[in-house]
Design a protein around this ligand. Structure first.
Ligand code: AMP
Length: 252
């Protein structure tokens, strides 16, 4: 079985986000970019499945500008066998377009499993996995916190963290899985593997070659910063705290 993993290049989680002065989005020039953390977890899970002998190949896919090849090199250094870059230039590719691109790649590559992050930390959409499952008419296990594959029966058992507990579902393969934070702890790429990944070939395709038109479905009207938090105060007694909670915050 082949596993395809979608890895998105996003602003690094540790970077303090700055909104552009014209409020059209967030600043990405001269900002550290990395693989979306949920995609690292998706890739780690695919690698563990391959290492357990249940899959033969892991193919990483990224959609976006030329710099996505850096993200794919990280994926190769972590252990992916192959990488595909869908070069969308500088266009902002929205979830439905990414889902259509992934559908086209799935139809070409025929993986038994497509694993994505549950959400990208830049747009927080949490849509792509669900959309591609819908387009492919494949079952989906979203927010997976445990995945167990049964190769004989061609089934995946997925545990999902839901309000009030863990839901366990069973999916027929091929299927789409999206990863939650607690699924695994992604590995670091070792220096020798980073060096080896530099010489690996990354296949490049365009959305046009996959017959996908990058049509934005959502218009971003504006992006604003959250309101600044007021500085805290140190109170001298519990009585003063109760007074403030009653008379200022009015929560008691
Ligand atoms: P989103 O629906 O935008 O929150 O993204 C959810 C997941 O879809 C991400 O964690 C990725 O696995 C995948 N994804 C979204 N956009 C891209 C992209 N441009 N390239 C590769 N994968 C993507």
């Amino acid at each position: 079985m082949k596993i395809m993993v979608a890895v998105k290049r996003v602003v690094d989680y540790a970077v303090k986000i700055r909104v552009k002065p014209d409020k059209t989005g967030v600043e990405t020039t001269n900002v550290k970019m990395s693989m979306n953390p949920f995609c690292e977890i998706a890739l780690e899970e695919a690698l563990r499945i391959r290492e357990s002998g249940l899959a033969k190949e892991v193919v990483a896919v990224s959609v976006g500008p030329a710099q996505c090849t850096d993200t794919l090199r990280t994926a190769l250094a972590m252990g992916a066998d192959r990488a595909v870059h869908v070069d969308a230039g500088m266009a902002h590719v929205q979830p439905l377009s990414v889902a259509k691109i992934l559908r086209a790649l799935v139809q070409a590559e025929q993986p038994g499993l497509l694993i994505l992050g549950k959400q990208a930390i830049d747009d927080d959409c949490n849509q792509t996995g669900q959309m591609v499952a819908g387009l492919l008419q494949w079952p989906q296990g979203t927010f997976a916190s445990k995945v167990v594959l049964d190769k004989e029966k061609q089934k995946a058992t997925v545990e999902r963290e839901v309000d009030g507990g863990i839901e366990t579902i069973c999916l027929d393969l091929p299927a789409v899985i999206t990863t939650d934070l607690r699924l695994n702890q992604p590995r670091y790429a070792t220096l020798p593997n980073i060096m080896k990944a530099k010489s690996k070939v990354i296949k490049k395709v365009t959305p046009e070659e996959l017959n996908v038109e990058l049509r934005p479905e959502i218009e971003i009207i504006q992006v604003t910063e959250p309101p600044k938090r007021k500085a805290g105060v140190i109170l001298s007694s519990v009585d003063e705290l109760i007074d403030k909670l009653k008379n200022e915050a009015r929560v008691l």
